[in-house]
Design a protein around this ligand. Structure first.
Ligand code: ZN
Length: 352
């Protein structure tokens, strides 16, 4: 009897000690609270203000063992469908029992855009949902949603991956962005994370340094000292299995690198580093006809497309301002002044 009591007391102490070591016996994002080793579903509530409030869906996968907190977010642009479906799939791709750490999965930030098939912006206030971070609870819907995401997602995570793709009017080849902050340790970590993600074209980007005016979601995490990156795959509407797989497998690769999952990360060996993006905006309305496909390698001055009026009379030839790779080109004929016609990636001649 006595030895049984001693054994039971010892077991209780041991479990108490284990419990005390766990900084997160549960993990809560919005209305989703996951106990250790479980998954939870919920929403982040964007409060009503000068316009309506709405709910942003969120899933939390709280691994059986402690580890890093990784947020994966998509659908800031609600018609970049491949990235949205990829984060949907990630909710079921990782079992809590296999995970060390925690996943915060947000497949669709811009619900109004998704519902109304509106590219680029939130149709409620006409603002891009990747341009108003860290957000403002006294602003319009996009500002308030950004503030909620900063508090619930960015502040609670150790790392963040922001997934995008070609929007309805963008014929895009996959790539990721590496933000260079000047903090060498953090930059090397984000570099290792995106090499493990595995997209073979990487744009080196120089983004705002002020955490109070971080503008982009990934940059909001980066300026708060959290190694993070952005990746894009998918284009102009259709959900192509290969694009979704690139984003799902890429995310799993980064999780392996972070030791959140077992298995060995297989970082891409020789990515193409793009040191500069040269964007060609439309200076008139008209009908756009592309002459090259995404991923074409073009010389400086090469014709990439042309613009006609509605009666097919030629108005303008569009040429590449610099030599490089067509990262994306306009996927549709609709053209108004200010639309992006093509983004040319200028390849770095030095290894990074
Ligand atoms: Zn986007």
């Amino acid at each position: 009897m006595k030895s049984w009591i001693v054994a039971a007391a010892a077991a209780l102490l041991a479990s108490g000690a284990a419990y005390a070591q766990d900084a997160h016996p549960t993990f809560t994002v919005g209305t989703a609270t996951a106990p250790r080793g479980q998954k939870a579903y919920g929403v982040m509530k964007v409060p009503a203000g000068s316009d309506a409030g709405y709910d942003i869906p969120v899933a939390v996968v709280h691994g059986a063992r402690p580890g890093p907190v990784l947020a994966i977010v998509s659908g800031a642009h609600g018609t970049e469908y491949a990235s949205i479906v990829a984060v949907q799939q990630l909710i079921d791709a990782v079992a809590p029992a296999d995970l060390s750490g925690t996943l915060i999965l947000v497949p669709l930030v811009n619900v109004p855009s998704f519902e109304k098939l509106t590219p680029h912006v939130n149709p409620t206030d006409n603002k891009s949902m990747n341009s108003r971070y860290p957000g403002d609870l006294s602003g319009t819907q996009t500002d308030r949603a950004s503030a909620v995401i900063t508090k619930e997602v960015v502040e609670q995570c150790d790392h963040l991956i922001d997934l995008h793709g070609g929007d309805l009017d963008e014929n895009l080849r996959p790539y990721s962005y590496w933000t260079v902050t000047g903090n060498q340790k953090q930059d090397q970590e984000s570099r290792a994370m995106l090499l493990a993600f595995g997209l073979d074209h990487i744009i080196i980007s120089d983004r705002p340094k002020d955490p109070k005016a971080s503008r982009f979601l990934e940059n909001t995490a980066t300026t708060r000292g959290k190694a993070s990156f952005t990746a894009e795959a998918g284009r102009s509407g259709p959900v192509v299995a290969g694009d979704v797989a690139a984003l799902v497998n890429g995310s799993l690769g980064t999780m392996k690198h972070l030791k959140m999952l077992g298995g060995i990360a297989r970082p891409i060996a020789r990515p193409i580093w793009v040191e500069k993006i040269v964007s060609v905006p439309a200076d008139r309305e008209g009908v756009f006809h592309a002459s090259v496909d995404r991923d074409a390698h073009v010389a400086k001055g090469a014709k990439v497309g042309f613009v006609t009026d509605y009666l097919n009379r030629p108005l303008q030839e569009i040429t590449a301002p610099e030599a490089g790779i067509v990262m994306f080109i306009r996927a549709v004929p609709s053209l108004k002044k200010g639309d992006t016609i093509v983004n040319i990636g200028v390849v770095s001649t030095t290894a990074k």
